[in-house]
Write a protein that binds this ligand. Structure first.
Ligand code: F0G
Length: 463
C-alpha cells in the first residue's frame, strides 16, 4: 500500500484547549457509570472526541471577529443580510432561511410535504431526518446503491441513489403517496460517501418526470463538491463554487446543518430555489412558530455573522484538500494494518467496519457500539455507532432493525486535531484489532426511549 503524505494545515494555531488524559482504570469506571452509552460521558473525560464533526469545529480569527460584529437586531439585522447574500451567492437559491441547526430545518420543512400514509425516499436518511419523517407521520425509505453496502468495494460515489430502485419504489408506493425525495450529500450514514453530479442530475430528472419535489440534505455539501472535482470526469478544472452551484441547481430546496461544512459551533439553513414560491410563506410561518422571527431563526446575530464567513472558508480549495487529506492519511494507516473501513474513505470521518473486526457479535448485540466502547477504554477516544444500535426498532412492529452496516464512526472535527492525534487513533485501532478475537460478546439494552434511542439508551455487557 502506498504511504499517504499528510497534507499540512493551511493555518497555524492561535488559541489552544488543554486535554485531560484519564488512566485506563478511570475510563473503565466512567464508561460503566455512563451505562455504556458514549453520549452520557462528560466531554472532558474524552482525550480525543470524535463523537461528531458537528459543531465541534475550530472557528477562524475572522469568524471570531465576526462574532463581535454580529448585529443583534430582532428583525432585519445586518448579519442576516450578510448571510442572505452569502447563501444566495454560493447556492444560487432565491430564499434562504437561517435556523438553529439542521434538524430545525427538517422540523420546519418536512411536515409541509409529509403526513400519515406518505413516504419519503432518500439515498439514505440520517437519523434525525429519518426521525422527522416519522414524526410527520410518514415512512422513510432508503435506496442507496448496492456497492455502498460492502465496505470493501472501493467504488467511487458510494453515496449515490440507486435510480432504478428509486423509480421502482415510486411506482410501487404510488406517485401520490410519495411526498418528498431527499438527497443526502455527502451520504453520512453510508460513511460520508459522496454523491456524483451525474446521480444528482438523474434523480432530478426522475423527480421532474413524476412531478415530485427534491430536497437536498446538504450538511456536507463542500466535501461532496471536493469529491466531484477530484473524481468525476469533466469537473477537474471547475471551481468548487461552480460545482456547488450545479449540485444545488438539481434540487428544489435544501435543509442544512451548518455545524459541519460552514465550520461553526451552531447554525443551520433552509433554502428554496424559487424565492417567489408560496412555500416561502409556509416556511416563514413555521419558522416563526418554532425557531423565531425569520431573520434570525433561533440564532443570535453573531451566529449569523460567523456562518456568513464560515460558508466561504468551508469551500476554499486548500482547506478542502487538507481536510479530506486527514481522512486519507488515517485510512492509509488502517490499510497498512488490514483494518476494514468503509472504503474508499469518505469526507468527514473514517467508518470502521465493526462487523469485520468482531465477527462473532451479531447485529442485535451491537458490534459497532462494542468497538466504540473498546476505543474509549483503549485510548479515551469517543466515537459513535452508525449501525443497528443507531437504527433502532421498526416504528410499526417495534422489532430491532438490522442495519446494512455496523460502523464505528471516527468523525473528525474541522481544523481541530493534528497528525499526531490521527496516529493515536490508528494505533488504538491496531491494538484493539490485535486482541479482537477475545471480544466475543456485545451489549444489550436495558432501557430505551421510543425515538432516537441511541442518544439516551442504557446498555450492559452480555456475560
Ligand atoms: N443531516 C445530516 C446528513 C446530518 O449528518 C445531520 C447531523 C443532520 C442532518 C442534522 O443536523 O445536528 O445540525 O440538527 N449530523 C450530526 C452527526 C449530528 O453527528 O453526524 P443537526
Amino acid at each position: 500500500m502506498m504511504e499517504k503524505k499528510y497534507v499540512a494545515e493551511p493555518f497555524r494555531i492561535k488559541a489552544v484547549e488543554p486535554l485531560k488524559m484519564l488512566t485506563r482504570a478511570e475510563r473503565e469506571e466512567k464508561i460503566q457509570a455512563a451505562k455504556y452509552n458514549l453520549f452520557n460521558l462528560a466531554g472532558e473525560d474524552c482525550y480525543i472526541d470524535l463523537l461528531t464533526d458537528s459543531g465541534t469545529n475550530a472557528m477562524s480569527q475572522d469568524q471570531w471577529a465576526g462574532i463581535m460584529r454580529g448585529d443583534e437586531a430582532y428583525a432585519g439585522s445586518s448579519s442576516y443580510y450578510k448571510l442572505m447574500d452569502a447563501g444566495k451567492d454560493i447556492f444560487g437559491y432565491g430564499f434562504i432561511q437561517p435556523v438553529h441547526q439542521g434538524r430545525a430545518a427538517e422540523k420546519v420543512l418536512l411536515p409541509l410535504f409529509l403526513s400519515e400514509g406518505k413516504f419519503a425516499i432518500s439515498n439514505m436518511f440520517f437519523d434525525t431526518t429519518r426521525a422527522h419523517v416519522i414524526l410527520a407521520g410518514a415512512r422513510p425509505i432508503d435506496c442507496v446503491v448496492e456497492e455502498a453496502k460492502d465496505p470493501k468495494v472501493r467504488a467511487k460515489f458510494k453515496g449515490n441513489m440507486d435510480v432504478r430502485k428509486l423509480e421502482e419504489t415510486i411506482n410501487e408506493k404510488g406517485i401520490e403517496n410519495v411526498g418528498l425525495v431527499v438527497m443526502t450529500i455527502t451520504n453520512n450514514s453510508a460513511g460520508g460517501q459522496p454523491v456524483s453530479m451525474e446521480n444528482l442530475r438523474a434523480v432530478s430528472e426522475i423527480c421532474k418526470k413524476y412531478d415530485l419535489p427534491m430536497c437536498i440534505d446538504a450538511a456536507r455539501f463542500a466535501e461532496n463538491a471536493h469529491f466531484i472535482k477530484r473524481d468525476e470526469d469533466g469537473y477537474q478544472d471547475k471551481e468548487i463554487k461552480e460545482i456547488i452551484r450545479e449540485m444545488f441547481s438539481y434540487g428544489d430546496m435544501f435543509t442544512m446543518s451548518a455545524k459541519k461544512d460552514a465550520i461553526l459551533n451552531i447554525g443551520g439553513l433552509l433554502g428554496i430555489k424559487d424565492g417567489d414560491s408560496p412555500l416561502v410563506l409556509d416556511v416563514k410561518a413555521n419558522c416563526i412558530s418554532y425557531e423565531g422571527f425569520f431573520t434570525y431563526g433561533g440564532l443570535a446575530g453573531r451566529d449569523l455573522e460567523a456562518m456568513a464567513i464560515g460558508l466561504y472558508e468551508g469551500i476554499e480549495e486548500n482547506y478542502l484538500e487538507y481536510r479530506i487529506g486527514q481522512m486519507e492519511y488515517l485510512a492509509a494507516r488502517l490499510d497498512e494494518a488490514g483494518i476494514a473501513y468503509q472504503s474508499p474513505v469518505g469526507g468527514h470521518g473514517v467508518f470502521i467496519d465493526a462487523a469485520d473486526m468482531f465477527p462473532d457479535i451479531p447485529y442485535y448485540e451491537f458490534p459497532a457500539q462494542t468497538l466504540c466502547i473498546e476505543l474509549y477504554k483503549e485510548a479515551g477516544i469517543r466515537t459513535c455507532d452508525i449501525g443497528s444500535y443507531m437504527l433502532g426498532n421498526d416504528p410499526d412492529t417495534n422489532e430491532q432493525l438490522k442495519a446494512d452496516f455496523e460502523f464505528s464512526r471516527l468523525a473528525i472535527p474541522r481544523r481541530v486535531y493534528t497528525q499526531a492525534h490521527l496516529d493515536i487513533m490508528a494505533d488504538a485501532l491496531i491494538a484493539i484489532k490485535e486482541r479482537a478475537s477475545d471480544v466475543k460478546k456485545g451489549y444489550r439494552i436495558t432501557w430505551e426511549p421510543p425515538i432516537l434511542r441511541h442518544f439516551q439508551a442504557h446498555l450492559e455487557p452480555i456475560e
